[in-house]
Design a protein around this ligand. Structure first.
Ligand code: ADP
Ligand code: ADP
Length: 233
């Protein structure tokens, strides 16, 4: 059984002439690291946002989205918030709190985790991410790269099974981007979280990816191990 499965997804934004996604199907297994690539406008963001139910379909989506064989529509927003984590392109727009520590505990507080358990979990995560030096800072003082690491850490604290990332390094310098991708790799290896990442920095990711999915004009044109994709494109 696939962890996540999309079957023949067709999606069109109400005001657009062309379909944003046209008959897209794919499966993601537990622990897979999947890179979603394709030119700007090919549908990568739309696909990720549909998976996270960030776009309400208003009747213009067809096909099936399944999480552990259950239709995505049967999961509440709260359930999905804990199962599927998401990191966006803009490091700013995801941060809600003033202090780094507040940001890290925000999600866990929301799900009512007891304080002691929360402290222990956050301490472990801070150690894992090497974020000790940021702890007493205010979030707006952080660099873009630090903000993305904080976003990643905050999302992972919720222990999602699936992590969706929409060009998370697009606004980072090369060093910060490399750090971010390194962290993502460790999380995939150590926690077994399934990663689906839309990205342009392909060389770095091809080395880590189990699979690469290529979209062009809303259609899936390639889906396979990175070595095979390099030969094909
Ligand atoms: P990518 O992430 O690969 O750049 P997108 O999913 O953002 O691609 O876009 C796919 C298509 O859908 C494009 O033609 C884009 O113009 C269109 N699109 C994206 N977002 C919206 C929106 N909110 N409203 C209308 N059209 C959109
Ligand atoms: P809402 O969350 O707006 O109340 P739903 O619970 O019906 O609406 O879920 C709609 C969202 O879930 C859409 O974003 C859509 O992409 C996705 N979705 C759920 N089930 C399906 C399905 N069977 N086929 C395609 N998309 C689905």
């Amino acid at each position: 059984m696939a962890l996540l499965e999309a079957k023949n997804i067709i999606f069109q934004y109400p005001d657009q002439a062309r379909k944003a996604l046209d008959q897209v199907s794919f499966r993601a297994e537990q622990g897979e690291f999947i890179v979603l690539c394709g030119p700007s406008g090919s549908g990568k963001s739309t696909l990720l946002r549909l998976l996270k139910k960030e776009i309400a379909p208003h009747g213009n989506v067809s096909g099936r989205l399944l999480l552990q064989n259950q239709p995505l529509s049967q999961f509440s927003s709260e359930q999905l918030a804990q199962t599927i984590g998401m990191v966006f392109q803009d490091p700013e727009n995801q941060i809600v709190m003033d202090q780094v520590m507040e940001e890290l505990v925000f999600g866990l507080e929301n799900i009512g985790m007891p304080t002691e358990e929360m402290r222990k979990k956050v301490a472990e995560m801070i150690h894992f991410f090497g974020l000790e030096h940021l702890l007493h800072k205010r979030t707006h003082e952080l660099s873009g790269g630090q903000k993305q690491l904080l976003n990643l850490a905050s999302v992972i604290l919720m222990e999602p099974q699936i992590l969706l990332l929409d060009e998370p390094t697009a606004q980072l310098d090369p060093v910060a981007a490399k750090d971010f991708i390194g962290m993502l790799h460790r999380m995939n290896e150590e926690f077994g979280v399934t990663v689906i990442i839309a990205e342009h920095r392909l060389e770095e990711l091809f080395a880590l990816a189990d699979r690469v999915i290529v979209l062009e004009q809303g259609r899936k044109t390639h889906d396979g191990p990175p070595r095979k994709i390099i030969e094909e494109i």
